[in-house]
Each structure stands twice: as C-alpha cells, then as structure tokens.
Ligand binder design. Structure first.
Ligand code: HEC
Length: 401
C-alpha cells in the first residue's frame, strides 16, 4: 500500500512539475521571441510616446499589438502583470519531486559505489550542498564580472567553464542517473534564483523609482537582462537533463560527464539558431553542428551489447527456473513486498513470485537487457551472462516453465 501511494505522490508531483515548467519555459520562449521580433513603429504618435518596438500578431481569433517602451511609459499603469509564479512553482514542484524520488531513497538513487562510496545521509547533504554551491558560484561570477565593460562576454565564458566543472563534479560524486538530474536541477535552481533574487527585485526597484517620479537606474535592467540571457541558453540543456533519466544509455556511458556536456552543447546551439532566427538571421550551421554532435555522441556510446550479440548457443532454451534464480539473487532486494535495500519496492514492482516476473517480463527485458538500467547502479552485481540469460528467455517467449 505504501509503495502504491508513493507512486501516486510521484505521479501527481511530476504532472504538476511538467505543467508549471511548460508555463515557465513557454512564457520565457514567448518573451525571447517577442523581444527579438519587434520592429520600430512607423506611427509618429507611438514614437512620440516612447515606443521603441512593436509587433502585430494574430492568435486564437484576435489581433494583438504588443509595444515595448524604450525606457518606460511616461505614466505607469495601475496594474502591471509580473511573471514569477511560473518560475517559482516550477522550482518548488521540482524540488518536491526530487525529494520524494532521490532524497528519500538516497542510498539507492544518489549513490553508486562504483563512482564514490558514501552513506545515504552524506549523499543527501552532498546533493543539497551541490545545489546551493552551484548558485553561489554562478552568482559570484555575475557579481564580480557582470558590470565590467566586456562583462557579458567574460561572464558568458566563466559561466560555461563553471557548467563544465559542475557536470564533471556531479558525475564523479553521484550515480550517473542522479548526476545528470542534479546538474539539470542545479542549472534550473540558478534560473529560478535569477528570477527571485535579481530579475524581479531589479524590476521592483525600477518601478518604485518611476512611481516616485525619478528615472530608474539602467543598471537594474542591464543586470536582469544578462541573467535572463543565461536562462535562455540553459533551457534546452536543463530539459535534456530532466529527461535523461529515461535514457540510461546516456548516463551509464563510460565518460558520462562528457556525454552530458556534448548533448547540452547541442541544446545551446539549437537555442542559438532560434534566438537569431527571431531576428530574421538564419544560420543553419548551428542546428547542423548540433545534429553532428548528437550523431557523434550516439555513435561513440553505442553499447557493446548492440554491437556484439550475446555469446553462447542462441538456440539453447532458457527455463523459467534459471531466470527466477537470477532475479532472486539480483533483484528482490529492491523488488519484494518488503525489500531490504529500499523502504518500498522500486516503482511498486514486485518480483519475488512467478506472477510478478511474468507480468513484468517485457519491462524486465527493457530495463535489464536493453537499457541496463536495472539493477539500479548495479548494486547487486549482475553479470553480463545473467543479463544475456534474461534476454534469451524473453526472446524465446518469456515462458513460465
Ligand atoms: C538497488 C535497488 C534495485 C535493484 C537491485 C533492482 N531494482 Fe529495479 N528498480 C529500482 C527502483 C528504485 C526503481 C524505480 C525507478 C524509477 O522510479 O525510475 C526500479 C524500477 C524497475 C522497473 C520499472 C522501470 C520502469 O521505469 O518502468 C523494472 C522493470 C525493474 N526495476 C526491474 C528490475 C530487475 C529485473 C532487477 C534485477 C535484475 C532490478 N530491477 C533490480 C530499484 C532496484
């Protein structure tokens, strides 16, 4: 029952998280597009009012005409719409999901003793410290170099360097699966913290100055913009990192940190293509480079099992008893009604009886043979021969005797 309720909690939090993330990234994409698509108005009245760019659009049966003021309108309207709950709710739901999935099961999810031996509580501490330290490092870079003359460029370079180091560290501390997610969570934390600590407060100061009849200090706008540009380039890498959990071929590859960096780079290049395209600059070299990188990564990390079919006589029949034996030794520590390695069975899947194994045969094949995602972090030391045995049994029809 506990495992079942746990699955529901997982499902509801994930659903919420995806919805809020769509709202956040959707509005972020929209504003980047809008900002880059504005054209100088021709109407002298608009120019007079201080409008520097406008746009006409048709959507959902209506016509829209957003206008962007060069500095600010002469008089601020009473009701200004702010965009921040999209970001905060994404972070909050993401952190809740992370806690339920990873922190609650730190020993199995965060730790891979082939990477680094540590206790569950050390792992929880390390994960939280990683999120906080990531923000402090990034923020320090922006604070120290952001306002300089060549600030945007220096900060851009240092932030890239920081991401490289952060990915490397995560992949040498946490299990591959957790490392990818943690890196995504860390960048997403930076994005949300940018909104919370810089972009919104900067806007508040500008609005307060204007309401007081003073002209706002342009530094707030400049700082907010710099961080918002970083957020733009973080989006695709972060979304990949969040999805990577379903693709163990990426995070279980030998130099997984490099795999993650290259896929993130492809994401940045694709984003850059769209940012430029909104300004009517079409540079196909960006997506082409991204595709080349992705293809190269795919070719580089192709698993051995895909290249070389399992050894042994392919026709020798595998009995259910042989498979059950493997599952008894390698899986039920986490997949029994009362597992010993985890508080509740992983995904609620119970494999300590014949029905359970037969019912999940397809999934077992997928997880153990194709993806090699199970046993989690190979904590129970399954061998390649045992994987091949399960593979053969499934390919021969997953028989029950
Ligand atoms: C150390 C604990 C552990 C061991 C050992 C383990 N699993 Fe899992 N398993 C998990 C966890 C945790 C999940 C849930 C993963 C998630 O939420 O994505 C899971 C999920 C699964 C799933 C469902 C995956 C999905 O997303 O649909 C299958 C199937 C599975 N395991 C099969 C196995 C088999 C077969 C073995 C033995 C060869 C095994 N597991 C060994 C912890 C373990």
């Amino acid at each position: 029952m506990e495992a079942y309720l746990f699955e529901w909690l997982n499902l509801l939090l994930r659903w919420l998280h995806v919805i809020t993330a769509i709202a956040w990234i959707g509005s972020s994409f929209y504003f980047v597009w809008l900002d880059n698509s504005l054209t100088r108005p021709e109407d002298p009245e608009l120019l007079e009012k201080g409008v520097g760019g406008e746009l006409w659009a048709v959507h959902g049966g209506g016509f829209y005409n957003p206008q962007k003021y060069l500095l600010a309108p002469q008089k601020l309207p009473k009701h200004l719409h702010w965009f921040f709950w999209e970001s905060y709710s994404t972070w909050l739901s993401g952190f809740a999901l992370f806690s339920v999935l990873y922190l609650f099961n730190a020993g199995t999810f965060l730790v891979d003793r082939h990477v680094l031996e540590m206790t569950a509580s050390t792992a929880v501490f390390a994960a939280l410290a990683y999120l906080v330290a990531g923000w402090l490092m990034y923020d320090l870079i922006c604070r120290v170099f952001g306002d300089r003359k060549n600030g945007d460029r220096i900060v851009g370079l240092l932030v890239t360097l920081y991401v490289v180091v952060a990915v490397w560290v995560a992949c040498h501390v946490f299990s591959g699966r957790a490392a990818f997610l943690m890196t995504g969570a860390s960048l997403a934390t930076v994005m949300s913290a940018n909104v919370l600590f810089w972009i919104i407060p900067g806007q508040r100061k500008m609005v307060a100055a204007m309401r007081a009849g003073q002209s706002p200090d342009p530094i707030h706008g400049k700082r907010g913009k710099q961080r918002s540009v970083h957020n733009t380039y973080f989006t695709l890498p972060v979304i990949f990192a969040m999805l990577s959990n379903h693709y163990s071929m990426t995070y279980s590859a030998p130099s997984n940190w490099l795999v993650l960096l290259l896929i993130m780079l492809a994401g940045v290049l694709i984003r850059q293509f769209f940012v430029l395209r909104h300004k009517d600059i079409v540079k196909w070299q960006y997506p082409v480079a991204a595709i080349v990188i992705l293809a190269a990564v795919a070719a580089w990390i192709v698993p051995k099992s895909v290249l070389e079919p399992a050894a042994g006589n392919p026709n020798a029949s595998v009995s259910f008893a042989q498979v059950q034996q493997v599952i008894q030794t390698r899986c039920i520590q986490c997949h029994a009604a009362k597992p010993t390695l985890m508080p509740v069975p992983g995904k609620g899947i119970i494999l300590d009886n014949q029905d359970g194994i037969l019912q999940h045969a397809q999934d077992i094949y997928q997880q153990v043979v194709v993806q090699k995602a199970m046993p989690l972090g190979n904590m129970t030391n399954i061998t390649d021969e045992e994987r091949a045995l399960i593979g053969k049994w499934f390919e021969q029809g997953a028989k029950s005797e």
